[in-house]
Design a protein around this ligand. Structure first.
Ligand code: 6PG
Length: 231
């Protein structure tokens, strides 16, 4: 199962970080796909790693309070953080309840202070991305090209359907990560996966097609359903 396999890979990276006594910077996405990964980590690996070797960040956040059902942090807290021993000082949530522009600036500073830096941008050791069936990733939605070319670390985005405001890290920050992982599952994603993998040219209609680490590796983890047209 995809979540199980990736959980093992992630845990091995954390164990390696502990061996090197170098905290691992990890940025996670929200939505549904990460839920299975988080529950596997909480159930199988809650004691087998020193979670305080992880500095945890978010890729994006809905502009809602942390206890709102829409909150990416709230989801992660409920499924994972409440089950593992990670100190509050290692968890850097985006404050969805605050003024979006102010929070985008604040969180840009948080990333600059608490992650590595290369090419003038923060560096995550690992970033876990999902992909919407419209090809978006993080909160970089189709046609929102400025979030792919922005020199800002974080920006305010707007969901094209709901109008919901989001804080998101930008494309250059994502591509500055050492290891970029896309976790994409389900039939619903099979068409967009086919589009992205078949059309070699990147397209602003599919922000995920712009994502490729400039600093390391980009890995697409697809289950059989999502990969059915390209497998
Ligand atoms: C969010 C995520 C978003 C997500 C995709 C895929 O805040 O919703 O960061 O980018 O990864 O929308 O979502 P699913 O995993 O729910 O399909």
């Amino acid at each position: 199962m995809l979540a199980e396999a990736f959980a093992e890979e992630l845990v091995n990276r954390i164990i390696e970080a502990a061996r090197k006594k170098t905290p691992l910077t990890l940025a996670v996405s929200g939505g549904n796909t990460p839920k299975l990964l988080f529950s596997v980590l909480a159930e199988k690996y809650y004691t087998s790693v020193d979670w305080n070797m992880v500095r945890l960040f978010w890729v994006d956040e809905r502009c809602v309070a942390p206890d709102d059902p829409e909150s990416n942090f709230g989801m992660t807290e409920k499924i994972l953080l409440e089950k593992i021993n990670i100190s509050a000082g290692n968890v850097f949530r985006m404050r969805g309840e605050d003024d979006p522009e102010m929070e985008a600036q604040r969180y840009s500073g948080v990333l600059s202070s608490h992650t590595g830096n290369k090419n003038g941008f923060p560096v995550f050791d690992i970033i876990i991305l999902g992909m919407g069936d419209d090809g978006h990733t993080a909160s970089i939605f189709p046609g929102n090209n400025k979030l792919l070319s922005s020199d800002n670390i974080c920006e305010v985005a707007v969901h094209p359907v709901s109008g919901q405001k989001r804080i998101t890290i930008t494309g250059k920050v994502i591509n500055n990560s050492r290891s970029v992982f896309f976790l994409v599952t389900g039939n619903r994603k099979s068409e967009i996966v086919k589009e992205i993998f078949r059309s070699s040219a990147v397209s602003e209609m599919f922000p995920s097609s712009h994502i490729k680490s400039v600093n390391g590796t980009t890995t697409w983890l697809l289950d059989n359903e999502a990969a059915k047209f390209i497998g």
